[in-house]
Design a protein around this ligand. Sequence first.
Ligand code: SME
Length: 300
Amino acid sequence: MKEIYFAAGCFWGAQHFFAGVDGVKEAVAGYANGNGENPSYEQVYTDTTGFAETVRVTYDEKRIGLKELTELYFTIINPLSLNRQGGDIGTRYRTGVYYKEEADKAEVQPVFEAEARRVGAPLVVELEPLRNFYLAEERHQDYLDKNPEGYCHVPLKAFRYLRLYQDIKLILEGETDSIARMANMAALIHERMHFFWTGFYRVQGEQLVLGPFQGPSACFRIGFGKGVCGSAWKEKRTLVVPDVEAFPGHIACSSLSRSEIVVPVFEGEAITSVLDIDSKELAMFDATDALWLEKIVTLL
Ligand code: SME
């Protein structure tokens, strides 16, 4: 077993998130890297103690690596926001990864660098040795389990996407056929997230051709640059369309579809397919869907 300490804003959501990561034995809420000993929540709340709300993550290094844990950490924070995550403001809500062994720093550093490249700016997340850590009071442990309606700055669908991501990873293990992998990936996403249409279009020459999907029958072929799918392929980026009727050139395979997200699937620099998801509701998709679906398609 190993330990790493993540400050990710309010520890209620962060603890709940890490407790759901496969390979994590225990996630506990506490206060790290401040002045003095054994602070109370109320003292930390004054924002004068230097302590940051932090989650101690104990993990089985044979089941999950520090690299992957840190990558997951970045899905629940805004790494460009200093002393503020969601509605919570103050140094106690700063972000940081605190390690006990120097070797851990070397493992985490490249993940920080990759994240900085992804967001295109220097991160304001600390990467420092752990100086001290004190457990938070019992009422702050497993807070969201005790208070399911409680405040959480982590979007609730992130918890569902985490479970989905991990289950897809498990189910794809051992299968090498790409169509078979796409088929079960589409099925799992569709079933868990209750979307209206979930499927793949595969790049074949100058066109996208319908691949494995779940939902009503759909158009067979889409040209490069056409519709939302062809545009995501052309622009090489995820497109989130809150209202399909407002998207010029949208291809209506079904008149029931109101909003859509299309995520390109890369093999190196090349796009080999796109994941297309439709909803019957307006504005169903946002940055959380984009982030997680981009992560999920890397499993292909
Ligand atoms: N609406 C898509 C076409 C595919 S269907 O949604 C399944 C588009 O505009 O590219």
